[in-house]
Write a protein that binds this ligand. Structure first.
Ligand code: FES
Ligand code: FES
Length: 201
């Protein structure tokens, strides 16, 4: 079957999708978007988290047929998504991330070496905060955490620690504790508040 849906704000088609194929498989193997990670394939780890019509979901648990005519945002489109949101632009049409760009998305090498914030537009605020707070280790869980944390801050710009823990409770990190991950979300929230207050970052 053919599945037509929006990926990172742009219309895409996947052909010859078999019944029961997961959204995660379509994204990784058919669309060439490996940002959503495949770890448990059982909805346990959150490594494959994407947004489906704005709601964070485990892509491994969503059947490809379920996304017909719907909107999916993956970590590869997160920077543009955040930029469009900040500018009050729509998530479709002229906005979003073309598939080719999403397939080639990579943080600039200097980001990982220096830990410094990047030029505006290269990374979303939550991605910058993860780097600045040292919240990325092996990185396997990071894409899912970024998508979930970005959605939290969109919904609740000033989350409590309890709010953050709750929002990220479906995302497992095998590398260490979660303190730096929590720090990263706190940092992104604080930066967002200072921007809102007109104080700059
Ligand atoms: S791979 Fe989907 S939740 Fe683990
Ligand atoms: S950073 Fe390695 S699993 Fe989370």
């Amino acid at each position: 079957m053919r599945v037509t849906f929006n990926v990172n704000g742009r219309p895409q088609e996947a052909d010859d999708v078999w019944e029961g194929e997961s959204l995660l498989y379509v994204l990784r193997e058919r669309m060439g978007l490996p940002g959503s990670k495949n770890a448990c394939e059982q909805g346990e780890c959150g490594s494959c988290t994407v947004r489906l019509d704005g709601v964070p979901v485990c892509a491994c648990l969503v059947a490809a047929a379920q996304v017909q005519d719907r909107d999916v945002v993956t970590v590869e489109g997160l920077a543009d998504y955040a930029k469009d949101r900040a500018a009050g632009r729509c998530g479709t049409g002229a906005c979003g991330t073309p598939l080719g760009e999403a397939q080639k998305w990579a943080a600039k090498p200097a980001d990982g070496q220096t830990g410094e914030s990047t030029e505006s537009g290269d990374l979303s605020p939550i991605q910058e905060a993860f780097i600045d707070a040292g919240a990325v280790q092996c990185g396997f869980c990071t894409p899912g955490l970024l998508v979930a944390a970005d959605e939290l801050l969109e919904r609740n710009p000033s989350p409590s620690d309890q709010d953050i823990r709750e929002a990220l409770s479906g995302n497992l990190c095998r590398c260490t504790g979660y303190e730096k991950i929590l720090d990263a979300v706190r940092l992104a929230a604080a930066r967002g508040e200072s921007v809102t207050a007109g104080e700059g970052v």
